[in-house]
Design a protein around this ligand. Structure first.
Ligand code: OXD
Ligand code: MN
Length: 658
């Protein structure tokens, strides 16, 4: 038997880590609890339900909880109702555990610092489990490693779960988190139950989803749900040391079984790995449900844009992670008379209605945005959204009780001292490492956004008139071009490439293929995904027009050729005029670009080198075609729909004639 006492080393004490015996969590809980439903007979499998009421669980939810109580052996069960009281209890508990600290400069804002080994999505440890490997990923060419997702055999998944989850919640609390992706009243929405041992996850899910009792009521009416099991993965029964951010980075794994609508995530408390409604449900499992049911689950922002004549349209746009989706979704247009309203900044669920109109909902309830780069000049709307009721993760903190990140240099008071995301003193110009982690985040309620669209919770969704694809392309790719038709648009989405960012575990500025900005999020074979997109053509006579945009092209001097941010309204203006069939486009081998002088640059007090911005160098496009061709051959092989192969060969011919 292990000794029950342990001694803290001086280093451990000085490192500021919080150590305690897990058995203490019970004491903290008892002090924090004040719920009327706690009772002696409120037990499940002999485990006390310390908050919430078992009779609120539908039989299916109850047996899902039972199954996982048997597996994880938590000390207590907590059924979340989503109330203010519950949230306050959890915030207090997390403060005591050292997971969060208050940010007194703002109203109800908190800072979490993660374990430095747990700061991003881990794509290499994310798997989809299907009977047949080809359901999940196309077969790569011999000797080539597949880059369109990871597959795991169901038996291996079961073993991976058993290995990690058996007893993993001993001494700890299992939270039962009922949540809806999308407004509860919408037929486009879907429900999930997340079982987690992380109060940080509960508090974040309360922001990012519609979470609480109303969802349990809907389940009692017989609604189906996606099963989401999560553990940070630090077993408690061994009285081992526990930091304020428990995790198990070496054994982290994120698993999806589409056949069972099931997600299992172990070892990481970080964002997309642990807030299972987001990438795991709304995109990976969501895309498999969408395929079955005939709709689209996409990594897209949704914005409403009203032109100076008062005509409003909605646009959905796919960009890879950390490429400015939040900035575009909340843009302050520089072009007079335009108004942007935000429906969502990350995910769109879209389906054609009976009239052939594509309609979209944002399944999320909050923004989990990348903090660095967000400032009053880049995104003033985000800045006026995020300083209340927000959980910040891995940003730097300031001596006046606020936050700091790269981009906020002009926004902190003189004399204020900065502590970096790891908890060390940080002085601008003296530290080479950034103060905030490049993937640090704000998690904030969408309803607080001052330009949230009045229809953002419309159960029918909003009508989508245009779809944008884009990425960070420093060379060769023009500011904007339009697809010739739907098939060409699907091809453009399939051929998307972008510079890697810090949202996942990649390093350096390599240009990666990221089709539809979905590469890390496909729930099924990319070839079938393309066929599914192509099949949408049959569903409508008024398909949205498709465009590709690139705010990130650089000139020969290495500087950005386009100012971006609010000036992107000039590109949206051109797009809207195209939707109105204005004759402002000219054909090129890659698609339609603005005719000379058709991009409205009035009032832009900067010289724009339009020639460089729209130049289509033949060598570049030859290489681009070659890169796409190689990618399709190596990664997609026989699963590539022939329509897409045809589009590529058409592009190749047009480029050769350039
Ligand atoms: C995100 C991501 O968190 O794409 O939205 O990584
Ligand atoms: Mn995203």
């Amino acid at each position: 038997m292990k000794p029950l006492l342990f001694i803290l080393t001086k280093k451990q004490v000085l490192s500021g880590k919080l150590f305690y015996r897990y058995s203490n969590e019970g004491g903290r809980f008892a002090r924090n609890l004040s719920h009327p439903n706690v009772g002696l007979f409120n037990q499940l499998r002999g485990i006390s339900v310390v908050y919430g009421n078992l009779k609120d669980l539908s039989p299916k939810v109850r047996s899902y909880v039972e199954e996982n109580v048997d597996l994880c052996r938590p000390e207590r069960i907590y059924i979340c109702d989503g109330s203010e009281n519950e949230n306050n209890q959890l915030l207090r508990l997390m403060q005591q555990q050292g997971t969060i600290v208050p940010l007194p400069k703002y109203q109800n804002c908190w800072l979490a610092r993660t374990n430095p080994a747990d700061t991003a999505r881990v794509e290499s440890k994310t798997f989809i489990s299907t009977d047949d490997k080809s359901e999940t990923i196309p077969t790569p060419k011999d000797g080539i490693k597949g880059a369109l997702g990871n597959w795991m055999a169901p038996r291996d998944m079961d073993n991976a779960v058993k290995d990690r989850f058996a007893g993993c919640m001993r001494g700890r609390t299992m939270y039962v988190v009922p949540f809806s992706m999308g407004p509860l009243a919408s037929p486009l929405s879907k429900i999930g139950i997340e079982l987690t041992d992380s109060p940080y996850v509960v508090a974040s899910m309360r922001i990012m989803t519609r979470m609480g009792k109303a969802v349990l009521d809907k389940l009692l009416e017989g609604a189906e749900f996606v099963k989401c099991l999560h553990s940070v993965g630090t077993p408690a029964n061994r009285f081992i040391e526990m930091s304020s951010w428990p995790c198990d980075p070496e054994r982290t794994i994120i698993l999806h079984k589409p056949k069972n609508n099931e997600i299992v995530s172990y070892g990481s408390g970080y964002g997309g790995n642990s807030l299972l409604g987001k990438k795991c449900f709304a995109l990976r499992i969501g895309s498999t449900i969408a395929k079955r049911e005939g709709w689209l689950a996409e990594h897209m922002l949704i914005l409403g844009i009203t032109n100076p004549q008062g005509k409003k349209r909605y646009i959905a746009a796919a960009f890879p992670s950390a490429c400015g989706k939040t900035n575009l979704a909340m843009m302050t247009p520089s072009l007079p008379g335009y108004k942007i309203e935000c429906v969502g900044d990350d995910i769109a669920w879209m389906r054609f209605d009976n009239n052939g109109q594509l309609r979209a909902i944002n399944p999320e309830n909050g923004f989990f945005g990348v903090a660095p780069g967000t400032s009053n000049s880049s995104n003033p709307i985000a800045m006026s959204t995020i300083f209340k009721n927000t959980v910040f993760t891995n940003v730097a903190s300031t001596s006046d009780g606020g936050v700091f990140w790269e981009g906020m240099e002009d926004e902190i008071e003189n004399g204020v001292k900065i502590t970096d995301w790891r908890g060390n003193q940080w002085v601008k110009g003296q530290n080479s490492a950034p103060a905030a982690h490049p993937n640090s985040r704000f998690c904030t309620p969408a309803a607080q956004c001052p330009i949230i669209d009045p229809a953002w919770e419309d159960p029918d969704g909003v009508p989508i008139s245009a779809i944008l694809f884009g990425g960070r392309r420093p060379a060769g790719v023009p500011l904007v071009y339009e697809a010739r038709d739907w098939k060409h648009g699907v091809f453009i989405g399939s051929a998307m490439r972008s510079e890697a960012t810090a949202a996942a575990e990649y390093k350096g500025k390599v240009i990666m293929h990221d089709p539809f900005a979905m590469r890390p999020f496909f729930g099924y074979n990319f070839g079938d995904y393309l066929s599914h997109w192509l099949s949408m053509e049959k569903r409508s006579n008024s398909l949205p027009k498709i465009f590709h945009v690139n705010w990130f092209r650089k000139g020969s001097d290495g500087k950005f050729l386009w100012p971006g941010f609010g000036e992107n309204s000039r590109v949206l203006d051109w797009i809207l005029r195209r939707l109105d069939n204005e004759n402002c486009a000219q054909d090129t081998p890659i698609g339609l670009i603005p005719k000379p002088n058709s991009l409205n640059l009035e009032g832009l007090n900067e010289n724009i080198n339009l020639t460089e911005l729209f130049n289509l160098p033949k060598d570049f496009w030859r290489e681009e075609v070659f890169a796409i061709e190689t990618y399709f051959k190596e990664q997609v092989g026989k699963d590539l729909p022939k329509e897409i192969a045809m589009q590529l060969s058409d592009l190749k011919h047009r480029v050769e004639k350039m």
